[in-house]
Design a protein around this ligand. Structure first.
Ligand code: AMP
Length: 547
């Protein structure tokens, strides 16, 4: 394998007048297309792998289509699951100058509609929806045919070029620099999804760090592709694989419910790099055959997004003695992750919670005395003291789409300790730095929680519950097991006593599923006569948590 610097020089010559530096991810994919076109970029069980050449040829067709129908740069919603078309669609957006907004096909259509409204409000024009799934799959998930573009139809109706090539002048259109590369919608406290805009520069800086990781720096590795693309954790594998000539091995969406299939996929994958939240690994560890003989090539476990418990790390190190178990930390607002550390025997023997890592180059972490979210930032605290984690650096995102007040409350411009200007983000996470600069995560300040890696504003669920006909008041509390949130519990007070059929707990959960994604639905719903209140007349969540 040639060095990147060498291939870059040669590729620039091949590209002629095209300015490949405009988008680092696309440039690196193009390098792979040029130097090992037949290498696989995407694989799935029982499906033909998609090579880099094919990824480029097919994404080029979709990019050309997008260029033909839209001259603006309004982001494109890419609706789908794990499929070659999804990957082609994502690349097509970037190649044609549009940020991609990955949305899982299972997302209720009413919530997708809210994202459309948010994008329209912020960008002045409705976004294109590019569906990267079959018609039947989309219909089953309740998405209408109206107004959407269908990647499979466009590809079927087009002549796909025999050779991968740059569309003349395309690099001028590439998403570049401070332009938004992707928007991830997360749960917002008001009941509406909140978009986080991550720029091409942010991804470029994240990518430069990622390629220094063990295994990844060897290039051409196979990455497990499990997290939905709508969850920024998946950028670890998307960016990690595609920027280094590697391959995504996608797990099918039913793999989490069908263990036999999941383990078949594992055996087929020959994956080198594992990326998931810790709860997904816990689920796999429940099966004794989840060990090195199943995944003999595995070199690196990369965790992010939720607490990695010593129990999980110990079990992984025992079952995969040749793999590194690494913990990383970061919110979507700072491009996937900003810390990294490898879990060693000493950490496990200490009996304490595992650290989440040292800051990446280009990021500085500060611990500030906790203040109310709308109040000015508290003073900087020394090593050892707990407070709010503030991230400063070159991967901090641009903003919350169309929400200047929320943006101003959480993001600000500042300088790094060497004087370079940088953007900063108040995470709402509690933690401390030790004398070595290692970050220790201690929990959340507000009502945003993580469940199986998914980020959920409890207020979002509460708003949707309270909007149901017949529901007068609603509260949602997290339920913890083994030091981590394992489910949500909802409490409702109904408009009237003697609830009709439509207001039984079961029916309430079903109705909630019409507007919220499944991971946000509380596991149990309890009907109360009245809500317990604190002396300040606020809902007594502590009491509810114990109920
Ligand atoms: P998301 O934006 O979905 O990636 O969620 C970000 C939040 O997940 C952070 O603000 C933390 O609260 C939590 N988180 C991220 N990484 C870790 C970790 N390694 N351990 C515990 N919590 C984490």
């Amino acid at each position: 394998m040639q060095t990147l610097a060498g291939t870059e020089a040669k590729t620039a010559a091949v590209a002629g007048k095209e300015d490949l530096t405009r988008n680092d991810l696309l440039a690196r994919v193009w390098i792979s297309v040029t130097y090992h076109p037949e290498a696989p970029a995407f694989r799935m069980l029982d499906e033909k792998p998609m090579s880099y050449a094919e990824l480029w040829r097919r994404s080029g067709v979709l990019a050309q289509h997008l260029m033909d129908i839209r001259q603006d740069t309004v982001p494109v919603i890419v609706l789908g699951g794990k499929s070659p078309e999804m990957l082609c669609s994502i690349l097509a957006c970037l190649r044609s100058g549009h940020a991609y907004v990955p949305v899982n096909i299972s997302m209720p259509s009413s919530r997708v509609q809210m994202m459309v409204e948010e994008l329209k409000g912020a960008c002045g024009s409705a976004p294109t929806i590019l569906v990267a799934a079959g018609h039947a799959e989309a219909a089953a998930a309740g998405h209408s045919e109206e107004g959407a573009l269908w990647a499979c139809d466009i590809l079927a109706a087009s002549d796909i070029p025999a050779e991968p090539a740059l569309i003349p002048g395309e690099t001028e259109r590439w998403v570049s620099g401070e332009a938004t590369q992707y928007i991830i919608f997360t749960s917002g406290s008001t009941g509406r999804p909140k978009g986080i805009e991550v720029t091409e520069n942010d991804v470029r800086h994240f990518m430069q760090w990622l390629e220094t990781f063990p295994a990844i720096r060897e290039r051409c590795q196979t990455f497990m592709d499990q997290a939905p693309y709508s969850f920024d954790l998946s950028e670890f594998e998307l960016v990690g694989a595609l920027s280094t000539g590697g391959c995504l091995y996608a797990l099918s969406s039913d793999a989490t419910t069908d263990f036999r299939k999941l383990f078949q996929e594992f055996a087929d994958s020959h994956m080198d790099v594992w990326v998931s939240t810790p709860p997904f690994a816990d689920m796999c560890l429940a099966d004794p055959s989840f060990k090195e003989t199943l995944l003999p090539d595995l070199k690196l476990f990369l965790f992010c997004g939720d607490t990695l418990t010593p129990r999980t790390a110990k079990a992984l190190r025992r079952r995969f003695p040749h793999a590194i178990v690494a913990n990383t930390y970061g919110p979507t607002e700072s491009t996937v992750a900003v810390t990294y550390c490898e879990i060693d025997d000493e950490m496990l023997a200490s009996g304490e919670a595992l650290p989440v890592g040292y800051a990446r180059p280009g990021t500085e972490l500060q611990i500030r005395r906790i203040t109310e979210p709308d109040d000015p930032l508290g003073e900087k605290l020394p090593a050892g003291q707990s407070g709010e984690v503030v991230i400063i650096g070159d991967t901090v995102a641009k903003d919350y789409l169309g929400l200047p007040e929320k943006t101003a409350a959480a993001f600000f411009d500042t300088t790094l300790s060497d004087g370079r200007p940088a953007r900063a983000f108040r995470t709402g996470d509690i933690g401390h730095l030790d004398e070595d600069g290692m970050l220790h995560y201690e929990g959340r300040m507000g009502s945003l929680i993580k469940l199986n890696g998914f980020r959920i504003e409890l207020g979002d669920v509460e708003n949707h519950l309270a909007a149901l006909k017949g529901v007068k008041m609603a509260a949602v509390v997290p339920v913890s097991r083994h030091g981590r949130i394992s489910s949500l519990k909802a409490f409702v007070v109904l408009d009237h006593k003697g609830a009709p059929e439509a207001e039984t707990p079961h029916a309430i959960r079903n109705r909630l599923a019409e507007t919220l994604p499944s991971y946000m639905i509380p596991k149990s719903v309890k009907v109360l006569d009245e809500m317990p209140l604190t002396t300040n007349a606020k809902i007594d969540r502590r009491q509810l948590a114990q109920a």
